[in-house]
Design a binder for this molecule. Structure first.
Ligand code: FEO
Length: 172
């Protein structure tokens, strides 16, 4: 049985991961509308990964006897004025998500919940990668995004991203 507070935080994180997916799908909507299908593809896949994260957390709770409950998923409310705006917002969002995962880890650590710490290890590593990916996107856009040819190439590169389910997540 999981500690009540740890279980609640993970349950809340399920909602936040689903929101992340919703947010990134909103980014994809914006880019699709701007004619940048490669950028849209990148964020569509990111949205699928976020759903995977939510599913992994949900499964962990279920496997530990926790009744999972769902709340409302907030409406994405970002307004984009230029093509780099979603990238900046994405980087900021991932840093926020890292802080949430760290907060759950801290709680588990405080009560010697080693099982949950081990479960969260995968997410700690994943957040490192997600922050790096998001930061790379910001950097690339700054370097190449102001020129039509550079933007075209970047769009082509991002079109190449393929979805790989997060099946390598923590053993549950
Ligand atoms: Fe589930 Fe992008 O962190």
């Amino acid at each position: 049985m999981l500690n009540e507070k740890v279980a609640r935080l993970i349950n809340e994180q399920v909602n936040k991961e689903l929101y992340s997916g919703y947010l990134y799908l909103d980014f994809a909507n914006y880019y699709a509308d701007e004619g940048l299908d490669g950028f849209a593809n990148w964020y569509e896949i990111q949205a699928l990964e976020e759903r995977d994260h939510a599913m992994m957390m949900r499964r962990y709770l279920l496997d530990n006897g926790v009744r999972v409950t769902f709340g409302e998923i907030a409406k994405p409310d970002k307004v984009f004025k230029k093509l780099s705006d979603p990238l900046d917002a994405g980087y900021e969002h991932e840093q926020y998500v890292t802080s949430l995962i760290n907060a759950i880890y801290k709680e588990a650590f405080a009560i010697n919940d080693f099982k949950t710490m081990q479960f969260l290890d995968w997410f700690i590593k994943e957040q490192g990668e997600e922050e790096k990916n998001a930061e790379d996107m910001v950097k690339k856009m700054k370097l190449f995004g102001n020129d039509a040819k550079g933007l075209y190439s970047l769009n082509q590169e991002l079109a190449g991203r393929v979805y790989a389910p997060s099946a390598t997540g923590p053993a549950m």
